[in-house]
Design a protein around this ligand. Structure first.
Ligand code: TRP
Length: 325
């Protein structure tokens, strides 16, 4: 039986952090044998919130280097830049006629973004970025989209557009479904959402000593001041990290934190060693690609050739159904 198809994507914001890994990348890697995966670098999406383009290319290379280091296999699944496959913009144009402005304005993720970034006058392209995302997904007839929770409204918009197209012109597109990870949001070192702009990240490329230092400063229960004070794991960020990176010791840590037997310094050291164990193979693999950035670019160009074949095929079906061309 043919494998089901997954389309996943990220904006190229540079080096990835543990939140990106836990929220998406780890899942992509797990799924790459069972499904047919397409991995997209959403480089045009960057323009929605930042018009400067100087860093897009280097950020793309950094991000794809992390994808490869973490274990995505370009032999199994193409990795490609949205900007290099013109069919994305063409499908985006057609789709933009199939959704109303009011519908796009109701998008909670966009509202949140506008609030966070203080955007008062949103551009037409920013409002429409879920439509470009719909084109990203449907150009490859993606059936599943492994993303974080914040992207679910965009998948809903994608489904609506697919339905609308199919009803209007004839069946071309599947209605894709989001695939969420169980452990969706990993908080940053200050307890807020982990985000590069907030400076509270642990990077996949951080050396062991850096991870240790970062963890040392992480917030814990503010009432646990001295080593033997009893702590409240349920409000502790480091406990949250243990849940993800050190699940087998959770019962002991919970008990010893509550009783006061375990101090934060030791608990943090233990946690950083677990994170470093996870990162060690990634760091090692990363060095190989860091020393050969051309190889990363070649991998993208190869991926773009493969993606292009599918994109052309879908657009020819679109043109046929629309009786254009
Ligand atoms: N909008 C996504 C984000 O901001 C990135 C993205 C673009 C994407 N196209 C996609 C994600 C297609 C999944 C599928 O993170």
């Amino acid at each position: 039986m043919a494998k089901k198809r997954i389309l996943s994507g990220m904006r190229p914001t540079g080096k990835l952090h543990l939140g990106n890994y836990v929220g998406a990348l780890e899942n992509w890697i797990k799924l790459q044998d069972e499904y047919e995966n397409y991995h997209l670098v959403a480089d045009y999406h960057v323009l929605t919130t930042d018009l400067s383009t100087e860093e897009i290319f280097t950020n793309t290379i950094e991000m794809v280097t992390d994808w490869l280091a973490a274990g995505l296999d370009p032999e199994k699944a193409p990795m490609f830049r949205q900007s290099q496959i013109k069919e994305h913009t063409e499908l985006f144009l057609i789709f933009s006629m199939l959704i109303t402005k009011a519908r796009l304005e109701r998008n909670p993720t966009l509202k949140e973004q506008a609030r966070d970034l203080n955007i008062e006058n949103m551009t037409y392209g920013h409002l429409g970025y879920p439509v470009l995302q719909a084109a990203d997904i449907l150009l490859y007839k993606g059936e599943f989209v492994p993303v974080g929770e914040d992207q679910v409204p965009h998948i809903e918009i994608t489904r609506e557009i697919a339905r609308r197209f199919n009803n209007q012109y004839g069946e071309v597109f599947p209605e894709p479904e989001p695939m969420l990870t169980i452990f969706m949001r990993l908080p940053g070192l200050d307890g807020q959402r982990m985000s590069k702009s907030l400076g509270n990240t642990i990077l996949l490329s951080d050396e062991p000593e850096v991870v240790k230092q970062k963890l040392r400063k992480a917030v814990t229960d503010p009432q646990k001041i001295r080593k033997n004070d009893p702590g409240r794991p349920e409000i502790c960020l480091v406990f949250n990290y243990h849940k993800k990176f050190n699940p087998s010791e959770i019962p002991v840590i919970e008990k010893d934190c509550r009783s006061g037997a375990l101090g934060c310094v030791d608990c943090k050291l233990n946690c950083s060693s677990k994170i470093n164990a996870l990162l060690a193979p990634i760091l090692e693999k990363r060095k190989v690609y860091e020393n050969d950035p051309n190889r990363v670019k070649e991998i993208l160009i190869e991926g773009e050739k493969k993606a292009k074949i599918v994109a052309i095929q879908t657009m020819s079906e679109v043109h046929q159904k629309m009786k254009i061309g």
